[in-house]
Design a protein around this ligand. Structure first.
Ligand code: SF4
Length: 435
């Protein structure tokens, strides 16, 4: 029987957190933990949290309440909170849920092995939330990733943009780029282990600049790694979409024709109030330039509905922008005030108004997504298969446009890039047959 302890990890929020959870798990595995999907049998529960929206942070406190109940009859259970809620609300977490043993902010993950030892020694109330992003990068560079066809690689942390609604500049610190050499080393190592696609991550990934090496230069150098067949990145800021980066989409076939480019609102008045640092016309110009350079490119975005001061006219301008761009997919949320942000001092709109507008926008975005997926029917795509599906002999992969596709295959095709003809459209995904 294995004498390993078991850790249950729950990840909230963005891909940066998914990636961080993988890295934290590697540290735990080195310290004789193994992952379990069953919280009841866990010796440690780790909540890797997201603070981007009020609801996300509140969900963490509700989950902590549930975990506390398990700890009530399993007193040696260790509870840890990592991620942005850990960073932003460290002491408040201990206040609201004293059963928590340790709290680690994203900038202190390099100290995680040390923290695990302290936790194993029975230490309680451990807090590590210092800002030392470079140290963190130095530490994660030495970790190996688990072999899988598509891998996240953090290349940039933090944000200097200070959008008025956002906590990231306060929780993740200023923009810091990871060493170009370390990124290359990690990706070359990953490629040897079977990684075919890298998704470069950063809060403002396209602000990447390490000692004069720009983001497009980094992408050009990654494209030269033979075994890496696909490159993607997220999340980008319109302000950092340089012409050089736009040209890279025309020059690098490995750079996939899908771009997640948050705009948040279609109203220049609201963009100004949000301190986004760009106007709608600039956003549309980027989209148009990319469509000229890369005919098959498609777009995804983020929208905040009901930002303080948003009028019916402002909201209509958001709708107009969506009609103009035609997004392949998008994320939209009602504005929720985050404590400490400049927007939190503004008067909020009526909840019913927000709800109604969100409903209208989501309706439109869903229609656009369905139209986009419907257009793929009878077309062929190159699909990178990432995992086994739920049904018998099913495999799930993604097209060049990041759309999930399921096929049936007698042979294991995980890790293969195969030609697939799309023959059916589900609500958010596609089905196809291997050619
Ligand atoms: S660009 Fe704005 S929304 Fe994005 S992380 Fe920075 S402050 Fe937040």
């Amino acid at each position: 029987m294995s004498n390993k302890k078991k850790v249950f990890i729950k990840t909230y929020g963005c891909q940066m957190n998914e990636y961080d959870s993988e890295k934290l798990l590697l540290d735990l595995e080195k310290n004789h933990y193994q992952q379990t999907g069953d919280i009841q049998e866990a010796d440690m529960v780790l909540l890797n949290t997201c603070n981007i929206r009020e609801k996300a942070a509140e969900k963490v406190y509700s989950e902590l309440g549930r975990v506390k109940k398990i700890k009530d009859h399993k007193t040696d259970l260790k509870i840890g909170v990592t991620g942005c809620v850990a960073q932003a609300e460290s002491l408040e977490i201990f206040d609201r849920q004293p059963a928590v043993d340790f709290i680690v902010g994203p900038q202190s993950y390099h100290k995680f092995p040390e923290i695990i030892s302290k936790v194993n020694d029975g230490e309680k109330n451990i807090i590590e939330t210092n800002f030392e992003a470079l140290d963190k990068f130095q530490s994660i560079a030495s970790l190996a990733v688990k072999p899988k066809p598509s891998a996240f690689v953090t290349i940039q942390e933090g944000c200097d943009k200070f959008c008025t609604f956002c906590v990231v500049p306060y929780t993740r610190g200023k923009e810091v780029s990871r060493s170009h050499k370390d990124i290359l080393r990690e990706i070359i190592e990953s490629a040897k282990k079977g990684v075919k696609e890298v998704i470069l991550l950063g809060q403002n990934v396209n602000s990447y600049n390490f000692e004069g090496i720009s983001f497009p230069s980094l992408i050009y150098s990654l494209a030269e790694i033979d075994d890496i067949k696909r490159i993607r990145f997220m999340t980008s800021h319109p302000r950092d979409m340089t012409d050089e980066l736009i040209r890279a989409f025309g020059n690098i076939s490995k750079l996939m024709p899908f771009l997640h480019l948050p705009v948040q609102s279609g109203s220049n008045r609201i963009l100004k109030s949000m301190n986004r640092g760009h106007i709608v016309e600039e956003y549309v110009e980027i989209i148009n330039k990319l469509r000229v350079i890369r005919k098959d490119i498609c777009f995804s975005s983020d929208f905040i509905v009901g930002y303080p001061g948003e009028t019916e006219k402002d909201f209509q301008e958001t709708i107009d922008l969506c009609e103009q761009v035609q997004f392949a997919q998008a994320y939209s949320f009602n504005y929720s005030s985050r404590p400490g942000t400049p927007a939190s001092r503004k008067e909020e709109l009526d909840e019913d108004v927000k709800k109604r507008r969100l409903h209208v926008l989501q309706d439109l975005l869903t229609k656009q997504q369905t139209t986009f997926l419907e257009r793929q029917k009878n077309r062929q795509h190159n699909v990178l298969f990432e995992k086994i599906g739920r049904g018998i002999n099913e495999y799930v992969g993604r097209t060049e446009h990041f759309s999930p596709v399921t096929v049936v295959s007698k042979e294991n095709i995980v890790g293969d890039i195969r030609r697939v003809e799309i023959n059916a459209v589900m609500s958010h995904s596609l089905r196809g047959v291997l050619k």
